[in-house]
Design a protein around this ligand. Structure first.
Ligand SMILES: Nc1ncnc2c1ncn2[C@@H]1O[C@H](COP(=O)(O)OP(=O)(O)O)[C@@H](O)[C@H]1O
Ligand SMILES: [Mg+2]
Length: 365
């Protein structure tokens, strides 16, 4: 049974459709991430699940219980939804100790003192902060404050955890470290998690599945690798990195495994690519090729059968430490190429570019 289900969920503010008929299901124990640019409706979606915002269309079901149904005018308030929440500003109260911060939600609901103590210490143990219980909150580092915020969200033993950009206040190194820690904790507790971020790398590193959102809509839902390598549209493809888009004509098509192999011709090359559906000869397609999937060879290096191949000239190069970003001009078009930094490439060099069929993906237009 899915733990959180959204069906046709929407919300408008005046004329703006902030969230437009979103369907998704978070499975029990799953880590699902809403990913998309600023303003695409991630926070509004999360707030509707939390009950902090009312959906004006659709239904929301948590753990088998309908908590909101716009058409039936049914709405369960946030404190009766069994959720834990962590937001971008952790809202750690500076005048309280770590213990009191975590205890606060229980204290305001007048739980017995002994029970509060047990539950707070258990929550702090989960995030390995029990030794800090009596410390004043401002004496903590950013990462520790974040753990306290997570402990506070866990103190009610929620069925579902909602997190809205919880790492965005941290510097890059701490963000990566806290992300991994949080992911390990999430797996250990097997807690259903709906997470929001605009950071593609963070989303891919943490999530079982991601929902790519744009302009209030869920464009694609899938495992990080599927969304990255097999995007459903150009918008989804372009959201990750700087892929190449090649216009081509289909000359042949055959089914293979779960998808199709197309023979294509275009942009001065011919070879094979893969596609999610069948195409007829003569149809035009846009083919996505990730910059890191373009292999850089010596001039006149022969291509293998089926490979797309170009001969071009290096027109730009940027050293990035672990890798090198090149722009190569071939047949009047610029191709982005990411190669290991150890690969010497000077502006003006003539190079051969090859791409395997598995790394060229025809997009549905
Ligand atoms: N309370 C509100 N009143 C009016 N507009 C809002 C309100 N909340 C959000 N919006 C608008 O809805 C859109 C989606 O916002 P939001 O869900 O916060 O996006 P995200 O979290 O993806 O950055 C934005 O255009 C935002 O300005
Ligand atoms: Mg937001």
């Amino acid at each position: 049974m899915p733990s959180v289900t959204l069906h046709g969920v929407g919300r408008h503010f005046g004329a703006l459709k902030a969230v437009d008929s979103v369907d998704l299901a978070v499975e029990h124990g799953e880590f699902l991430t809403l990913l998309g640019p600023s303003g695409c409706g991630k926070t509004t979606t999360l707030r509707m699940v939390a009950g902090l915002e009312r959906n004006d269309t659709g239904t929301i079901v948590i753990g088998g219980r309908t908590v909101s149904d716009a058409a039936a005018d049914l709405f369960v308030p946030p404190d009766r939804r069994k959720l834990g929440m962590v937001f971008q500003s952790y809202a750690i109260w500076p005048h309280m100790t770590v213990f009191d911060n975590v205890a606060y939600p229980l204290a305001v609901r007048r739980h017995p003192k002994a029970e509060i103590r047990t539950r707070v210490m258990a929550a702090l143990r989960l995030v390995e902060m029990e030794a800090y219980a009596e410390r004043p909150a401002p004496a903590l580092s950013g990462g520790q404050q974040q753990r306290v915020a997570i402990a506070r969200a866990l103190v009610f033993e929620p069925e579902v955890l909602l997190l809205d950009e919880p790492l965005s206040n941290l510097d890059a190194r701490l963000r990566a470290q806290m992300g991994e820690e949080f992911r390990a904790l999430q797996r250990r507790l097997n807690i259903t998690t709906l997470y929001v971020t605009h950071d593609q790398e963070e989303a891919m590193a943490l999530s079982d599945r991601v929902v790519v959102m744009d302009k209030g809509r869920a464009l694609q839902i899938g495992a990080p690798e599927a969304v990255y390598r097999r995007p459903a549209s150009r918008t989804v493809a372009a959201f990750f990195g700087t892929p190449n888009f090649i216009e081509a004509e289909v000359t042949a098509c055959r089914a293979e495994g779960d998808d199709y192999v197309l023979a294509i011709e275009g942009a001065g090359a011919q070879g094979d690519c893969r596609a999610g559906q069948a195409h007829r000869p003569g149809e035009r397609v846009v083919v996505m090729i990730r910059a890191e999937d373009v292999a850089l060879g010596r001039p006149n290096e022969p291509a293998r059968a089926g490979q797309l191949a170009w001969t071009g000239r290096v027109v730009d190069g940027v050293f990035r430490g672990s890798r090198r970003s090149l722009a190569v001009e071939a047949q009047g078009r610029r191709l982005n190429v990411e190669c290991p930094a150890t690969r010497a490439a000077t502006i003006g060099d003539t190079v051969t570019l090859t791409v395997d069929a598995d790394n060229a993906w025809a997009l549905r237009e």
